[in-house]
Design a binder for this molecule. Structure first.
Ligand code: NG6
Ligand code: CA
Length: 514
């Protein structure tokens, strides 16, 4: 009798705890899923083979897509990097923040008082980490890389950060761990300038003979590892990264972060640098795609996703981990270096047949691969509902039991987990400070000054003298401008757009594109 009663006490206590939502930290943290955002850089809608639009093979990303929910109307909040990342972390549209533009050595564009995904999760007892590309700015004024750099990721809620500050094509080419440059020799301080070169430092412009990858437009500043970059850098020799090892380097940190935090609920922002320029896949991936470095870099990124997956599986936490996979903006082939991306593209379609690309207000600028995966929790599905990265914060909040909802993000947790609900009705699209509007199947792009096609990157930007109106249901590749045929719809779209955005903004002076 005594034995039986004793055996029953534990399940009974557990039942009471579950029923009354016990506040024991241990139990609570066990219940809450780990959350990993895998974020690629410039990966197009057609670059993931699960989308069945291109010829590249990405088996590891496909596994997430085919066994999770693959969204066919998933959006980044901008057609460039920094604004997209701003919206992802804060749940606020980037066009509301005048500082949310492509950063070149600039200061932090997120106010430290802002609620962010890591801050919200940290408050809810998560361990929070970022490994990879940052590109949200650092510090408040001019950055001194030789002392502790703050504010940065750690002041926005990340317990651990191991980052590349801006991009692979910008100086300084060093990693920063929790605010400190990794391997910095105090006797060889780092100097950075984006206007003027330092005395006797070779540049891509003046010393092309030192280059192993030629620059095409811009990118002709300091030469590091045979590649010239945007900006000038001196010193910090021991701290400089090795480009071809970058993927392995970040992957190691990401794996260690997961292993070190496996007993807590954790959040990891795994922010891959591929396939942004300069594309420098490790030699073991060279030639794997038949498309040159861009394709090889995507195959390398796909391999990283597989490795991360195996890590989660091997330590037994794969079925308590929600993985969200996406890209910060659409694809570009030549983004500043001659690397055969254009010449060797073959039949592959990085944009998956969508119009435009990176920097564009047309669909390929912001419609990106978007996948949710949670083993034994999310059932395989394909969703055509509209979802944006600006919704991720509010949705994660709901999933972990928080009431927080961001300014622009919707709680689409049911869609992400159960393929239920309507998704978004409407969405503001953004590209280099210009905005457009999607409502249901309709897209309206207001007139903008500026070139229709960027000469440098050879992408249609979405600029024109007149309003453009498309119906994506019949015309996913935005071939037919219906604004003359359907003036009533156009008027309705303009009214709805201006209701959200205020007065139409046709200012393109921020455009860096030629
Ligand atoms: C642009 C760069 C481009 C790329 C981009 C940032 C020039 C002419 N172009 O200014 O090469 O670095 O910034 O890309 O310098 S993003 O994906 O991080 O937004
Ligand atoms: Ca990008």
């Amino acid at each position: 009798m005594i034995n039986i009663r004793y055996n029953n006490i534990i399940p009974f206590t557990l039942l009471i705890c579950i029923l009354f939502n016990c506040n024991s930290n241990r139990l609570e943290s066990k219940k809450k899923p780990n959350i990993i955002i895998i974020y690629t850089d410039d990966l197009g809608y057609g670059d993931v083979s699960a989308y069945k639009k291109g010829t590249l093979k990405t088996p590891n990303i496909d596994k997430l897509a085919n066994e999770g929910i693959r969204f066919t109307n998933g959006y980044s909040s901008s057609a460039t990097c920094s604004p997209s990342r701003y919206a992802l972390l804060t749940g606020i549209y980037p066009w509301r923040n005048a500082k949310a533009k492509i950063i070149t050595g600039g200061s932090l564009i997120v106010d430290t008082s802002e609620v962010t995904i890591p801050k919200l999760l940290k408050e809810n007892k998560y361990q929070t980490g970022i490994v990879g590309k940052w590109h949200l700015g650092l510090g408040l004024n001019k950055i001194d890389y030789n002392s502790e750099i703050s504010p940065g990721p750690n002041q926005l809620g990340f317990d651990y950060s191991y980052i590349m500050p801006d991009t692979q094509d910008r100086v300084p080419t060093v990693y920063i761990e929790n605010g400190k440059v990794v391997n910095l020799d105090p006797n060889d301080p780092i100097k950075v300038d984006f206007k003027t070169n330092f005395k006797d430092q070779p540049t891509g412009k003046d010393n092309p003979e030192l280059l192993k990858m030629k620059w095409h437009h811009g990118h002709n500043g300091s030469i590091i590892n045979g590649i010239s970059r945007i900006g000038f850098m001196k010193g910090g020799e021991k701290a400089k990264w090795s480009d071809i090892d970058m993927a392995d380097h970040f992957l190691d940190r990401a794996k260690n972060y997961i292993k070190n935090n496996k007993d807590n609920s954790f959040f990891l922002f795994y922010s891959l640098q591929q396939p942004h320029v300069p594309r420098t896949p490790h030699p073991r991936f060279e030639g794997k795609s038949g498309m040159g470095p861009r394709g090889d870099a995507i195959i390398e990124a796909d391999w990283c996703v597989g490795e991360l997956y195996e890590t989660l599986k091997s330590i037994g936490i794969i079925d308590n981990t929600l993985i969200l996979f996406s890209s910060d903006n659409g694809p570009v082939l030549n983004d500043g270096y001659y690397d055969d991306a254009v010449e060797r593209i073959g039949d592959h379609s990085p944009s998956g047949g969508l119009r435009g690309g990176k920097y564009s207000l047309f669909e390929a600028g912001t419609r990106v691969p978007f996948i949710s995966y949670w083993k034994n929790r999310i059932k395989p599905a394909i969703s055509d509902k509209i979802i944006s990265q600006v919704d991720i914060l509010s949705s994660i909040a709901k999933i972990i039991g928080s009431d927080y909802r961001s300014q622009d993000g919707k709680d689409l947790s049911e869609l992400i987990l159960d393929n239920k609900g309507a998704g978004r009705n409407e969405l503001i699209l953004e590209a280099t400070s210009r905005t457009a509007y999607r409502d249901g199947d309709w897209v309206m792009i207001p007139p903008y000054n500026g070139k229709e096609v960027s000469k440098n990157v050879n992408i249609e930007l979405g600029n024109s003298k007149n309003y453009k109106l498309y119906n994506l249901k019949d015309d996913n590749s935005q071939k037919a401008n219906l604004s003359n045929k359907n003036p009533k719809k156009l008027k309705e779209m303009i009214t709805k757009f201006e209701r959200i955005i205020g007065k139409k903004n046709t200012n393109t002076k921020d455009l860096i594109l030629e």
